[in-house]
Design a protein around this ligand. Structure first.
Ligand SMILES: Nc1ncnc2c1ncn2[C@@H]1O[C@H](COP(=O)(O)OP(=O)(O)O)[C@@H](O)[C@H]1O
Ligand SMILES: [Mg+2]
Length: 293
């Protein structure tokens, strides 16, 4: 025993055998890669997997976001983040899959009105899906918003009781308000929970206007994008110069909305910056890629 090992509190390093996996065994525990349709027009075909067919590698559309992934949707206010998660919630519910919707900013009854609006705009009768959407109101309950263990225990309860397959959080930013240095810790806890419970999850995070638009640092700042599986960045820009007008093919004075998948480690994906639209009925649509000036 050397001097260091004699010091109080020294623990002899242990082999954590559970931490070792042979890839073949690990694969048996891995969920199959397949897409979950989002109900957001233009989004589902932006994710793909590689397949070997007749000795050739081909690209195959997943037809949705990868199942069991945790996606961060980020952007400044009014970029369509909430609309996107509402569309996703309504879509899963209409496919017969239960959704937990953790609302952190707006009380549950207000969110429900939004969900009903979204359903109607999508041609779905809300009465047929209303029991598949389980709201967890962290906006009204400080004991949920400011206590992550309480929040996760409540979510686990909802997942078990309602057979929830999808969890949405609008927004995670509200869970570390005024303690932003905790952002990574909070998001890491949420991420681990989603994996343990096999959830396909969307986390909304708010981007401050100071963060650069449409970049990795834009993805929620505070390196949230390193924790989650996928990041989507939403932006809006006011067209003020002839150059912008030419690039975005819109007149000066108009708003252009942009969308980009800023990384997804679960599967292949489109990497281009695309036009995004919010229809008059409040539905997000992903459009064509931006082409140079
Ligand atoms: N029901 C609706 N009908 C039409 N447009 C809407 C509707 N709801 C929201 N919008 C438009 O979409 C924008 C983005 O909304 P939202 O998803 O709430 O933004 P975020 O969550 O990113 O702050 C709003 O600012 C508004 O212009
Ligand atoms: Mg919002």
């Amino acid at each position: 025993m050397d001097e260091f090992e004699k010091t109080e509190g020294y623990e002899k390093p242990k082999v954590i055998e559970e931490g070792i996996w042979v890839a073949g065994e690990a694969l048996k525990k891995a969920p199959k890669l397949y897409g979950v349709p989002t109900g957001i027009e233009g989004l589902d075909n932006l994710f793909f997997s590689a397949e070997i067919k007749d000795g050739k590698v081909i690209k195959k559309s997943l037809g949705g976001i990868p199942a069991y992934s945790v996606t961060n949707i980020t952007g400044v206010s009014d970029t369509g983040k909430s609309l996107m998660v509402e569309q996703y919630a309504v879509t899963q519910a209409s496919r017969g899959e239960a959704v937990a919707f953790i609302t952190v900013e707006s009380p549950a009854p207000f969110v429900t009105v939004g969900l009903r609006e979204r359903a109607t705009a999508m041609g779905i009768n809300f009465e047929e899906i209303e029991n598949k959407i389980i709201l967890i109101d962290a906006a009204s309950h400080t004991s949920l918003r400011e206590n992550i263990p309480n929040l996760l225990a409540t979510l686990a309860f909802a997942i078990k009781n309602y057979k929830v397959k999808h969890t949405l959080i609008d927004s995670v930013t509200g869970l570390y308000e005024s303690k932003e240095m905790m952002a990574r810790t909070v998001v890491r806890q949420l991420f681990n929970f989603m994996k343990k419970w096999y959830q396909t999850a969307l986390f909304v995070s708010q981007k401050r206007s100071g963060h650069e638009e449409l970049t990795a640092e834009a993805a929620g700042g505070y390196a949230i994008s390193h924790i989650v599986d996928c990041s989507m960045v939403l932006a809006k820009e006011l067209i003020l110069t002839p150059t912008q007008s030419k690039l975005y093919k819109k007149p000066i004075g108009e708003i252009v909305r942009l969308f980009r998948i800023d990384g997804c480690r679960m599967c292949g994906h489109d990497t281009r910056t695309r036009f995004m639209e919010i229809t008059e009925l409040g539905l997000v649509k992903i459009g064509e890629p931006l082409t140079g000036g």
